[in-house]
Ligand binder design. Sequence first.
Ligand SMILES: *Cc1c(COP(=O)(O)O)cnc(C)c1O
Length: 353
Amino acid sequence: MSKFWSPLTASLVPYVPGEQPKDKVYIKLNTNENPYPPSPKAIAAIVGATNEDLRLYPDPTCEVLVRAAAAYYGLPEEQVFVGNGSDEILAFAFAAFFDPAKKLLFPDITYSFYKVYAKLYGLSAELIALDEQFRVHVEAFHSDNGGIIIPNPNAPTAQLLSLDEIRTLLASHPDQAVIIDEAYIDFGGQSAIELIKDYPNLLVVQTLSKSRSLAGLRVGFAFGSEELIDGLNRIKNSFNSYTLDRLALAGAVASLEDDAYFHETTAKVIATRERVTEQLLEMGFKATDSKANFVFISHKEIEAKEIFQQLRDKGVLVRYFNQPRIDNYLRVSIGTDEEMDAFIAALHEIVGV
Ligand SMILES: *Cc1c(COP(=O)(O)O)cnc(C)c1O
């Protein structure tokens, strides 16, 4: 507490990102970063944009990137918004669409930033319980509400909703914005972007941080009806005119253009996930059906917190959430095959099989 803080600052409960320790070199399987480098074409474009033009402000409309994303996803440019990471877009969307007079709905186990944004904007939330297998049931989202947000696949539970289920959700809430946060959709899911033409209440949010290996560049997308995209632009232009810098614009466009590299690296992550899941099941773990670049696992005998600590001592970082319902689970990002072999070898020592 400080006497200089506003009542708002004093009331906040900020998000805590996964640790990025500097004490030694860890195998980092704790923040869902992609183990493969960004497209070499994206790096070349960023290097190419590192020139005297940095003297000048970037394009506030981000037109080159909006155009590239619109072409890539087959949407008109008026239905595309780009931002400084999808976290920024989510922050704008909470302000743009959610009615503070009503409750915002999201799953009880989900991306923990949603609670933080709700608090920041003075929105009250109703948490909708996942079932025992951590599945989302769209019928459970039935109360009167001022908006809905769900990640698909959900985080950290990794499970996917079908487009039919999302269609049901959208059709039952025609007067509220429904945000589908597709941070992990490229690892085995089907994007809800194709539903936008039928549902003006749908905002789909994506990021280049996970499937495009560009967490360090900070670029995200939102797709939706023109009225939703206009809403996001009203908030953005009341906050910061230049959300994407020149390097981010250049790198993001080049990344989208290198589709072959994108498909190759996401396929590798998926293949590693499937192989590692098999190994984990053989070792006495249970795992949710993951369609993301991480697995969500629990051992039948040894407590998650204990495994987390022992892995850390052996130089492998995974994510442990000390919160109800999931405090006996670990979220493990999918690394390279070599990294996952080291993780499995460390686990063998810990579980003794
Ligand atoms: C990683 C993640 C984000 C944030 O991604 P950035 O684009 O890096 O800000 C948003 N939502 C979920 C569910 C995530 O896991």
